[in-house]
Ligand binder design. Structure first.
Ligand code: C5P
Length: 226
């Protein structure tokens, strides 16, 4: 029985405003994707790695990653994140029983988050998400008018890696409508009534989305340097 890591890395990164796909944007001299995989594989809980690359960049991604993950499988991504994850799942060997899905953009996620997500799935959970508290007040808005203020004590922000029983995740993705825009995989399980458990996430697992996030990542890396 083996644990696989599927890394959707095929996003364009429009909100970052970079001229390259986001996963290939350099951070301290190395692409975000390389940082993400170094931390993921340092957890020692991953046996198989599938990276879903931007269209036309599979060869580049394979050669970038071969020093970090020599046996990496690289497949081309799709139009939406969900399409990319499904392409990654289809590339998995049959003997994988636990799957982690991890955004390349959460490039500074510490190894121990991977360890605790896998432990929770191996302890019997069908789906597991790392979460952190929400610090802002969150409101539902329509037509620039507030409809409702949500109770912050019940809210969490959800990160990756998200962990799943492989057979359930495969089935959920194969049943989904291609091109639909699910923003995470656990949400697809929830929609079909599967329970999803939480484990503590880590502030360093934030997603590099906008230019300010890249500055924060640079600052964190400099503070880690020996
Ligand atoms: O779009 P967002 O920043 O939420 O993307 C989260 C992750 O999904 C990123 O690592 C991105 O590269 C990936 N993605 C993908 N294929 C897409 C869109 C996003 O692999 N079509």
């Amino acid at each position: 029985m083996r644990t696989a890591l599927v890394v959707p890395a095929a996003g364009r990164g429009d909100r970052l405003g970079a001229s390259r796909p986001k996963a290939l944007v350099p951070l301290a001299g190395e692409p975000l994707l390389v940082h993400a995989l170094r931390r993921a594989t340092a957890s020692d809980v991953v046996d198989v790695v599938v990276v879903v690359a931007p269209l036309g960049a599979c060869d580049e991604v394979r050669s970038l990653l071969s020093p970090v993950v020599p046996d990496v499988l690289v497949v081309p991504g799709g139009a939406e994140r969900q399409d990319s994850v499904r392409a990654g799942l289809r590339a998995l060997p049959a003997d994988v029983d636990v799957v982690l899905v991890h955004d390349a953009a959460r490039c500074l996620t510490p190894p121990d988050v991977f360890t605790s997500v896998v432990a929770a799935v191996r302890a019997g959970a069908t789906g597991v998400v790392p979460v952190v508290p929400v610090s802002d007040t969150v409101k539902r808005v329509a037509d620039r008018t507030v409809l409702e203020t949500l109770d912050r004590s019940e809210l969490v922000a959800v990160q990756t890696p998200q962990g799943f029983a492989a057979d359930v995740l495969r089935a959920v993705h194969e049943a989904a409508v291609p091109g639909a825009a699910a923003t995470d995989d656990a949400g697809m399980l929830e929609a079909l009534g599967h329970p999803v458990r939480t484990v503590p996430g880590d502030e360093r697992a934030f997603k590099v989305t906008r230019p300010l996030d890249l500055l924060l990542a640079q600052a964190l890396l400099s503070s880690e340097a020996p």
